[in-house]
Ligand binder design. Sequence first.
Ligand code: NAP
Ligand code: COA
Length: 275
Amino acid sequence: MNTGSTNVDDTFRERTVFVAGGTSGINLAIAHGFARRGARVFVMSRSQDKVDAAVAELRGTAAAAAGYAADVRDYAAVEAAITACRDTFGTIDVLVSGAAGNFVSPAAQLSANGFRTVVDIDLVGTFHVCRAAYEHLTRPGASIINISATQAINPMPGQAHVCAAKAGIDALTKVLAIEWGPAGVRVNAIAPGPVDETEGMARLTPTAAHRDRVLQAIPLRRYARLQEIADTAAFLSGPAGANFNGAVLVCDGGQSTLGSGAFAAAWAEAEAAST
Ligand code: NAP
Ligand code: COA
């Protein structure tokens, strides 16, 4: 990943950032964003190889970097990862929960286990990460960022499992904001629309035709850039974001302002053209 090695500022110097699912794509970009702002970063995902590669990469910019291999569906493993972070770097100032799974499948062909798998990773996993970390968060002052998606508010064909899971994340985010706000722990979410150079969009728009049609359903006619999501996470967790709590920040070039119809139609048209 091209990270740009120069530091943006030192807003997060002496701060610890834990990123669940932080070994590739958007979440790794978020980890780099905090690293470039002076933070210590700790990443967690299933694959030890991906954890090792991400940590090696992050050591190029972060004040310090470490990681742990765990599956967000396994609460004991998540607890162990959080404990490892706490033992290595102290209390956690910023917690990012972004592990997710996605594939396209019409609901009528989706097995019960397929539906459950995505809900378990995205929604139950987010609860696991937030719950396990809660007692280890710096308070007052901690910031939790859950990674949602515009599928939470825009129903999309082939995405029943993802839409349900991400809508659950938005609801969970708001409840935790109410319960944990008084302790000085802010809980917000970022809901990206399509983001360039990601596994998610490789799965959702596998061909140039998909991409071209989907672009027509985005008022800005472009996908988000990785760094824009990373900068949004840093903004929400930094001084300028200090009064955000229970917010879901949509970053989608205006896609969701058109409602689900335009995006769903563009995508369905591309599917039909590709078969
Ligand atoms: P990605 O590169 O595939 O990132 C997913 C990350 O989660 C990886 O680090 C993966 O590592 C980890 N992960 C997956 N299952 C896990 C599990 N069970 N336990 C622990 N870690 C797990 O995907 P991405 O496209 O960048 O998406 C990142 C986040 O952004 C997701 O929450 C996604 O829903 C959201 N999002 C993406 C887009 C987009 O355009 N791509 C749009 C809206 C929202 P391992 O394989 O090592 O586990
Ligand atoms: N279409 C329909 N069902 C699918 C599917 C697809 N493309 N891919 C997986 N499934 C189903 C499987 O058939 C299985 O159900 P079954 O037991 O009834 O057959 C269920 O989902 C679980 O699949 P499995 O491969 O065992 O899950 P896993 O835990 O190993 O992997 C996934 C989880 C399926 C989400 C996998 O794609 C993954 O690891 N994704 C992470 C990366 C990612 O999705 N990035 C984008 C994030 S936006």
